[in-house]
Ligand binder design. Sequence first.
Ligand SMILES: Cc1cc2nc3c(=O)[nH]c(=O)nc-3n(C[C@H](O)[C@H](O)[C@H](O)COP(=O)(O)OP(=O)(O)OC[C@H]3O[C@@H](n4cnc5c(N)ncnc54)[C@H](O)[C@@H]3O)c2cc1C
Length: 380
Amino acid sequence: MSSWDDELGNWPGFPPLAGDAAADACVVGLGASGLAAIEALAGRGLSVIGVDAGRVAAGAAGRNGGFLIAGAEPPLHEAVARWGPCAVDLYRETLAELDHLSDLLGPDVVRRVGSIRLAGLPGPPASDTEAADREAELADCAAQAIVLRKHGIAVEDYAGPLGRGLYLPDDAATNPAVRATRLARLLARVAELHEHTPVTDVRAGRVTTRHGVVSAPTVVVAVDGRLDVLLPALRGRVRTARLQMLATDPVPARLPCPVYGRWGYDYGQQPADGRLFVGGGRDLFIEDEWTHDATPTAQVQDHIETVAGRLAGGPVRVTGRWAAPVGFTPDARPLCTLVDSGVVAIGGYSGTGNLVGPVAARAAVAQAVEGVAPAPYLSA
Ligand SMILES: Cc1cc2nc3c(=O)[nH]c(=O)nc-3n(C[C@H](O)[C@H](O)[C@H](O)COP(=O)(O)OP(=O)(O)OC[C@H]3O[C@@H](n4cnc5c(N)ncnc54)[C@H](O)[C@@H]3O)c2cc1C
């Protein structure tokens, strides 16, 4: 099956934990958020043990659209309306995170190509309803651009072969599996990492895994879509949804950068090899997609295949299909919350965690180590 993993090369992996261990800090979950927490902890001179139930980025962090888009799940104008001016602070934090990631991993991994928010999907509307929806979305793009410009954030109107909308030049694209595994290799120099080490219990000073107990005064739990399973006390504050994607054979170059349309529900990226990586459709089958089950379904995949055809401007051949769980919160503000003494849980990025997750991770470390209260754009 074709996936982002095709570019991983020979991943040597990290051994499972071998018995009880102790460190200044333990991080549960080696997705992009957990890795950022490890970086922040090790940067403070602390000894760190990081564990994951599977491989590095075996969850959403290595299976997502690879969009490195500034801001949180609601576009900035909506986020400001819901959360107030702190939404702009979060936007700036994610831009800083993106700069940091570019510096760490370089332009081959972090491609600063911008992103396009389309009104609707490419091609003529299939119905009057779709045409009306596209007009409404175009008006929403204009509202988004006003708020971005008001805060000095770069945005341009987009009108081109894909349709109309906005171009956001600061954003970027990545292969998410490569991004996470490269970062893990760098961090393995300063921290002890263990794959295939499922955690069964977390409490103050103590992380219990299937292979031993890690004793650590500071713990960051970064398991996003599994938060409510590992920490049942968070049920109600975070809910898990399945997001689905597919990959296609190469098609002629059509997407100059990550493109998302139909109110951001559908999205696609085309790396230099010409393959399309396309996802979306959760909103159309929303009740079925509230699940921890990471098996792709025919109804969502059929929809995504249609989206892939519209992005490609012609037929596509699907070569891989997958899904992964992500956490959603009621008001879309990510969680960064103290669950026990020295234990901070993060997650609930509502489907947009590639940059927001690391921002939450750094806040979690500041909270756990220095007692700094999280910024108001995080849900404490
Ligand atoms: C199909 C899809 C497309 C997406 N597209 C985008 C996008 O383009 N841009 C964007 O910003 N966001 C996107 N997202 C969301 C993004 O992937 C997530 O928000 C982000 O990956 C969260 O990272 P994380 O490190 O917090 O969690 P995860 O990536 O979920 O990592 C959590 C890790 O914890 C581990 N774990 C779970 N339970 C345990 C346990 N009990 N013990 C030990 N380890 C455990 C898992 O194995 C996993 O490796 C998408 C998500 C999906 C599924």
